[in-house]
Ligand binder design. Structure first.
Ligand code: ADP
Ligand code: DP6
Ligand code: CO
Length: 330
């Protein structure tokens, strides 16, 4: 059968997804809103081949660990069922983003796999159906089907829990400085972390209510190109997500001393008049939402306190692209 390749970009949640109502279908407790990033992405090639005795999967040219391989095979089963085929697949994936470090590799990974896998199986899915499919691999992947600002409606079932673009072409100045505190895999993956917070934080219900209440204000800020309101809401929502982890019993922390130094610096810079806001996912890395004109000032302030730190500048990125191997693509 024919091989297809897909490229999907990661996304950073401005309103976080942090808990599931349904573990298997991945129906979240909250509606989330994200920005797809140009800088970080996954490229995945899939080919179904009747000669294969099982699924063969490599990530960055290395065979995947058994647990990760199993996760991909289960996901491929969804595609096989829908396409009514039972052949195994050869999957080759390359991450242009650190894997499992809190930089949303699972989002770009499952969006790319949904795109390449469904095309290779002969399915011709709509973007909404690709979002539903990707969601079942990793919740955040539902949003990486689309470029720019994206909303994932929590919904109540497989059909209604789906992402859609809020603003695909972002033609106003907003950027994300990713400060890489660590590119190593985290100890507690997102799946385990959100499960722990949901079950063991005494304030979890409060998080759900507050987070869902921020959807409309965030949409308005995006519509009005209002960086200050967008950043303020995003920072607040990120800290509230991390607070859930910190007050869970047992507590756990994704943020390290260095993360807090950066968060404090962001607050200092804001006091001095800059529009800079911090957001953090399930990992120690801090992403700074800001105006592109302020990059030199922010970078030099960061290097003053952390001379060795690595910083990557990201701007709004595109949605999923899929092409047949050997064919031209954009
Ligand atoms: P992240 O913050 O990077 O999204 P997660 O804990 O959500 O971290 O997910 C990391 C997991 O996603 C990895 O352990 C692996 O199972 C899976 N993953 C990441 N990239 C790929 C890829 N390109 N192909 C297959 N699986 C991947
Ligand atoms: C903190 O989508 O990685 O980045 O659905 O279990 O695979 P699974 O989790 P994942 O969780 C992402 C959590 C987050 C916030 C977000 O991206 O909305
Ligand atoms: Co993830």
């Amino acid at each position: 059968m024919v091989a297809f390749t897909a490229r999907a970009h990661t996304n950073i949640a401005l309103l976080k997804y942090w808990g599931k109502v349904d573990q298997q279908l991945i129906i979240p407790t909250t509606t989330s809103i994200s920005l797809t990033l140009d800088e970080f992405y996954t490229e995945t090639t899939v080919e179904f081949d009747p000669a294969l005795p099982n699924d063969q999967i490599t990530l960055d040219q290395q065979p995947l660990k058994e647990k990760d391989r199993h996760k991909i095979s289960i996901f491929l089963n969804l595609i096989r069922t829908q396409a009514q085929i039972n052949t195994f697949a050869r999957v080759q994936s390359v991450n242009h983003v650190p894997t499992a470090a809190g930089l949303a590799s699972s989002a770009s990974a499952f969006a790319a796999l949904a795109g390449a896998g469904s095309a290779a199986a002969g399915l011709n899915l709509s973007q909404a159906d690709l979002s539903r499919l990707a969601r079942q691999g990793s919740g955040s992947a539902s949003r990486s089907i689309f470029g720019g600002f994206v909303q994932w409606d929590r919904g109540t079932d497989h059909q209604t829990s789906v992402a859609h673009p809020l603003q695909e072409n972002v033609d106003w100045p907003i950027q994300l400085l990713t400060v890489i505190v660590s590119d190593q895999p985290k100890k507690i993956n997102s799946r385990g972390g959100m499960q722990n917070a949901m079950q063991n934080s005494p304030f979890y219900q409060n998080w759900v209510e507050r987070s869902n209440g921020l959807v409309k204000p965030m949409q308005t800020a995006i519509n009005q190109h209002d960086l200050a309101t967008l950043g303020t809401i995003a920072e607040q929502n990120a800290l509230e997500m991390h607070a859930q982890n910190m007050v869970a019993n047992p507590p756990f922390f994704y943020l390290t001393d260095i993360s807090w130094q950066i968060i404090n610096l962001v607050q200092d810079l804001r006091q001095s008049g800059l529009q800079v806001y911090a957001t953090m996912d399930a990992g120690p890395n801090v992403k700074i939402i800001s105006h592109p004109d302020d990059t030199p000032t922010i970078k030099s302030a960061l290097f003053k306190i952390l001379p060795e730190i690595s910083i990557q500048v990201a701007t709004p990125g595109p949605g999923l692209t899929v092409w047949q191997n050997g064919a031209a693509h954009a």
